[in-house]
Design a protein around this ligand. Structure first.
Ligand code: MG
Length: 366
């Protein structure tokens, strides 16, 4: 590993000191704690774009997190960085997501607007720091500083100022480890490409639509020459196209970051943190391709009437549940009742729900 990679030697360690494991390094141990957590299992039943009952073949938060971890590990390995740490952060990066994807998050944030708001990144950190209860000596999973720092991808200044050392970088504009920066980019690569695929499978983004995206069309039209035109072949050609696109993105992220690190003459992890910009980045033309994907998906998938219908149903459910627990705080499970912080407790409980569980509770109230 490179000297500027995170390692057990330069790690800032855990809040509650623990004996070293004879079998695993600290970051492998963090990863295993995340995989054994109940919040991680619940990702299986949380929406990425399509709500759980829309079908079984779409991405969920769990499969998304696995894809992000796979991409992150590949980039970390190629750059001589700490693969275990990138994997850990990737597996945990969405733990704080509400049911029903961004619609759920927006609705909960709205409900919480007079009570400190709701940020899913901050919530992911809350899950691993406080809400998981599996150890007798402490709440949470007692992860290393570097895993926690990576999980807190974004944070408002207000929340950052309450978090001590982990929040400092949002106040003094420094950066997290390269391993955390990798997950950030792997997340965008994964969701942009897999949402194109899920959009295609759902029928919302047929070939005629996908071809309006230049990045897609360029690869598709090039590959199409080798395929006979029938439906089965069209599918394979779409998957091959997406595979080429994802390869190009990962390859560019790796090579361009290698170049940036070398040009900045980075030698230590402190130099990574204090550098004026992040060092894991796509080159400009490829970043533009990815931005085009994002704009295309917003216009054609995320705001499609079928997805919008799911979104508005989801918002209704979150708003109804919030007001129910606001009026019936006693009905909240004991684990979540921190009486002096009523609204935060409700947000913790609601954000931890799976799509299905939120639906069931909602039905039972009517
Ligand atoms: Mg994500």
């Amino acid at each position: 590993m490179k000297k500027y990679a995170v390692s057990e030697k330069n790690s800032l360690g855990r809040e509650y000191p623990e004996n070293k494991s004879p079998l695993r390094n600290d970051f492998q141990r963090d990863r295993d704690r995340i995989i054994h957590s109940s919040a991680f299992r619940r990702l299986m039943y949380k929406t990425q774009v399509f709500v759980n009952h829309e079908g079984d073949m779409f991405r969920t938060r769990l499969t998304h997190s696995l894809e992000v971890s796979q991409i992150s590990r590949g980039i970390a390995r190629s750059l001589g960085l700490n693969e275990d740490l990138s994997e850990t952060i990737a597996l945990a990066h969405d733990l704080g997501h509400t049911p029903f994807g961004h619609a759920g998050q927006d609705a909960l944030n709205q409900c919480m607007k007079d009570h400190g708001g709701f940020e899913h990144n901050y919530q992911s950190l809350r899950v691993v720091d406080k809400l998981e209860k599996r150890y007798s000596n402490f709440s949470g999973l007692n992860l290393t500083f570097e895993s926690r720092e990576g999980i807190l991808k974004h944070c408002s200044k207000k929340n950052a100022s309450l978090l001590g050392r982990i929040g400092e970088r949002f106040l003094n504009k420094t950066h997290p480890s390269l391993e955390a920066q990798i997950v950030d980019i792997a997340d965008s690569i994964a969701y942009n490409i897999h949402d194109l695929e899920d959009g295609y499978r759902s029928g919302i983004l047929p070939i005629s639509k996908l071809n309006q995206l230049d990045f897609f069309a360029k690869h598709y039209n090039y590959l199409k020459k080798d395929f006979d035109s029938n439906e089965a072949n069209e599918k394979v050609c779409v998957y091959e196209t997406l595979r080429h696109m994802i390869f190009l993105l990962i390859n560019d992220a790796t090579n361009n970051s290698k170049k940036l690190i070398s040009e900045a003459n980075i030698k230590t992890i402190d130099e990574v943190r204090n550098h004026k910009t992040t060092l894991i980045n796509l080159s400009e033309p490829v970043q533009n391709y990815l931005n085009d994907c994002r704009i295309f998906l917003r216009a054609n998938l995320y705001e499609h009437p079928r997805v919008n219908k799911m979104t508005s149903d989801a918002q209704r459910i979150i708003i109804d549940l919030f007001s129910y627990y606001e009026d019936n705080f006693k009905a909240l499970p004991n684990d979540y009742k921190i009486h002096e912080k009523k609204y935060r407790s409700i947000a913790d409980f609601l954000s931890g729900m799976t799509d299905r569980f939120a639906n069931e509770i909602h039905k039972s109230l009517n």
